[in-house]
Design a protein around this ligand. Structure first.
Ligand code: SAM
Length: 321
C-alpha cells in the first residue's frame, strides 16, 4: 500500500472550521436573508450560520466536486435553506443573475484549501505524501501541476515560484526541477520535493520544510487562485446590498493584500475593524492550521449600485456530469 492510500484509509477526510464564531458574529447586523458562502468546503461555516440565524438561507459555492458532495450531505438537514453549487468565484454573479437574485445580505469566504484536499495524497497538494503532480482543486478541468511545470520555461517557472511562493531560491529550484523533467524524473510529489531539496539543502532545525513555498506557489498557479480572488472581490460591491456584510478569511499575505485593498475603498466599504481579526490563542493551539488565518470584515456603504452587465451563466461541468 502506498503512503497516500494508507493515509486515506486511516484518516477519513475532515476539516476543522477556522474562526467559526468570529464569522458568525460578523453577520449579526444582517442576521436574516440570503448569505453566500463562496467556499463551502465541508460546510462548517455554512452550518454555523444556518444554526445561529434561523431567518437566513445560504447558497454555498465550491469548485471541488468532493467538497460539494460532502457539504450537500452535511447540510441536507436544513432542506431548502441550504443550496450547494459546484462553481468557482468567477461564476458567482452570472449564477445569481440566472437565478433572479440581484443582491444578497452577506458573503463569506474562507480562502485556500481544506484539510482533506491537503491530506489526501492522491490530490498531489502535499509534499508529505506520494501522489500525482496534480494539485487541481477541481480535478475535472484545467492544467495539472505536471503539465504546468513541463509547459513553462525555466525562467517563467522561477518567476512563479518567486512571486507566488515568495521563495528566494526560486532560480536554483526551477533549474533543478527542469533537470529532473529532462531526465524523466518528475512524476510525482516526492520527485518535486526531491528536486527542491537538491536546490536548497535539507530543512534547518525548527524551520519549515524546504518544499513548502514551492508547493504553495505551484498550487496557487495551477488553481489561478489570485485571479479567482480578484474576480470575487471585483464582483463583491455589486452583489452585497447596502449595509450588507462581507467576511473574508485569508491564509497568506498575497491573499490578504488583495482583501485589504478591496475594503480600503471607502466609497464602497466600511471596515468593521482596521486590523484583521486573528484566531484566539486557544484555537491556534487546538488547530495549528488556523495560525496564519486573518479575518477581514466590512459592511457595504451607500445606495444601491446599478449592476454592470452580466456574462451568460454557462455550466462548465454540464457535459461531464
Ligand atoms: C478552507 S476550505 C473551506 C472550508 C469551509 N469553510 C468549512 O468550514 O468547511 C476552502 C474551500 O474553498 C474552495 N475554493 C477555493 N477556491 C475556490 C474558487 N475559486 N471557487 C470556488 N471554490 C473555491 C476549495 O475547494 C475548498 O473546498
Amino acid at each position: 500500500m502506498t503512503l497516500a492510500a494508507f493515509n486515506m484509509e486511516s484518516n477519513p477526510p475532515m476539516h476543522r472550521t477556522v474562526m467559526k464564531d468570529e464569522v458568525v458574529q460578523a453577520l449579526r447586523s444582517v442576521d436574516s436573508g440570503l448569505c453566500i458562502d463562496v467556499t463551502a468546503g465541508y460546510g462548517g461555516h455554512t452550518e454555523a450560520v444556518l444554526r445561529t440565524y434561523p431567518g437566513m438561507c445560504v447558497v454555498a459555492f465550491d469548485r471541488d466536486p468532493q467538497a460539494v458532495a460532502a457539504s450537500r450531505e452535511r447540510l441536507a438537514c436544513f432542506g431548502e435553506r441550504a443550496t450547494v453549487v459546484h462553481a468557482e468565484f468567477s461564476q458567482l454573479k452570472p449564477w445569481l443573475y440566472k437565478n433572479g437574485i440581484s443582491q444578497v445580505d452577506a458573503v463569506i469566504a474562507d480562502l485556500g484549501v481544506s484539510s482533506p484536499q491537503l491530506d489526501q495524497g492522491d490530490r498531489g497538494l502535499s509534499f508529505r505524501f506520494e501522489g500525482p503532480l496534480d494539485m487541481r482543486m477541481d480535478p475535472s478541468r484545467g492544467e495539472t501541476a505536471k503539465e504546468l511545470i513541463e509547459r513553462l520555461g525555466q525562467d517563467d517557472l522561477a518567476d512563479v515560484i518567486y512571486q507566488l511562493g515568495e521563495e528566494r531560491s526560486s532560480r536554483r529550484i526551477a533549474a533543478c526541477i527542469k533537470q529532473a523533467v529532462a531526465a524523466g524524473e518528475m512524476n510525482n510529489t516526492l520527485d518535486l520535493r526531491r528536486a527542491v531539496v537538491k536546490a536548497t539543502g535539507v530543512r534547518r532545525p525548527g524551520g519549515i520544510d524546504p518544499a513548502t513555498r514551492t508547493f504553495q506557489a505551484l498550487r496557487i498557479a495551477v488553481n489561478r487562485e489570485l485571479e479567482e480572488i480578484a474576480s470575487l472581490l471585483g464582483q463583491l460591491h455589486e452583489i452585497v446590498r447596502p449595509s450588507g456584510v462581507a467576511a473574508i478569511i485569508s491564509f497568506h499575505s498575497l491573499e490578504d493584500r488583495l482583501v485589504k485593498r478591496c475594503f480600503q475603498e471607502r466609497a464602497l466599504w466600511k471596515r468593521l475593524s482596521t486590523k484583521p481579526l486573528l484566531p484566539s490563542a486557544s484555537e491556534q493551539d487546538d488547530n495549528p492550521r488556523s495560525r496564519s488565518a486573518k479575518l477581514r470584515v466590512a459592511a457595504r456603504t451607500g445606495l444601491m449600485q446599478v449592476p454592470t452587465p452580466v456574462p451568460e451563466w454557462v455550466d462548465p461541468w454540464e457535459s461531464s456530469r
